[in-house]
Design a protein around this ligand. Structure first.
Ligand code: SF4
Ligand code: SF4
Length: 256
């Protein structure tokens, strides 16, 4: 069975978490960001992830630089697997497209920078984690450190996941992430982040003119999104803050 073949490759590639679910579970996303908007006839989605090692976030110096490099390497690894799995499905006669982890990005109707398909929700509906108060996918072993890859396919695949655990979610009395956020971007009660507020504070994009981006975003969001993808992502964006990931007690070896 093709689903088992893909799962086996994921296991052989040391992918830490893996899940398959029906694409219809994300049919309530905003228009333009629903599975069938991206792949007409989409039936199933696959999501998988690997964690950035916690010790990187704990480095007394150079932790931001090392996180930046680690994430860039992992995005390439995950995106490469996404396109590999999509090709395997296409070879089998199904339609399939990769859902990449960081870029390219779009700008939705509210002017917010978003992925084409919300990977955090993909992670939740495929059962590989749950959305935490910091708005990220959290996992009881890996905290918020999971980086994700995924794909959509027209093949009807059986639901499956590994590891097979039920995630408890954030403890009711914890809001370490929200308290630590230097710009109050985390709305813990809604499990949401004001992503533009976060990015304005944390993202350093020396190759991109912010004035040009703001003008393009106001008049032509699609061109603005392309401009941003070309000028900022992969190695071209440096984040000065990752407190909401680094301080989450879940997945921190010191807190186990
Ligand atoms: S990365 Fe920093 S600024 Fe952005 S939400 Fe997390 S703690 Fe707040
Ligand atoms: S720091 Fe606490 S509230 Fe925030 S994501 Fe982690 S467990 Fe949830």
């Amino acid at each position: 069975m093709i689903a088992n073949q893909i799962r086996q490759i994921a296991e052989n590639e040391n992918i830490s978490v893996f899940g398959i679910s029906a694409a219809s579970k994300m049919a309530d996303e905003l228009p333009g960001h629903r599975p069938t908007d991206l792949l007409p006839g989409a039936q199933s989605m696959i999501c998988f992830g690997i964690p950035v090692p916690h010790n990187i976030y704990d480095m007394p110096i150079y932790e931001l630089e090392t996180t930046w490099r680690s994430q860039n390497l992992f995005y390439r690894r995950l995106d490469t697997l996404s396109i590999r799995f999509a090709s395997i499905l296409e070879e089998s006669g199904a339609g399939a497209i990769p859902i990449y982890g960081c870029m390219p990005l779009g700008i939705n109707k509210m002017g917010v920078v978003v992925g084409y398909l919300n990977q955090i929700r993909m992670g939740e509906v495929t059962g590989i984690g749950t959305i935490g108060k910091n708005g990220l996918l959290i996992h009881s072993r890996y905290g918020s450190r999971l980086m994700l890859g995924g794909l959509l396919t027209t093949a009807i695949l059986p639901e499956m996941r590994y590891p097979e655990i039920v995630e408890p979610g954030c403890p009711p009395n914890c809001q370490i992430c929200a308290d630590a956020c230097p710009v109050n971007a985390i709305m813990a009660d809604k499990k949401q982040v004001d992503i533009m507020c976060c990015l304005r504070y944390t993202a350093r994009t020396p190759a991109m003119s912010m004035i040009k981006f703001a003008i393009l975003r106001a008049f032509n969001p699609q061109v603005a999104a392309r401009f941003m993808s070309l000028r900022t992502f992969d190695e071209h964006t440096f984040h000065i803050c990752s407190k909401c990931v680094a301080l989450c007690p879940y997945g921190n070896a010191k807190s186990r």
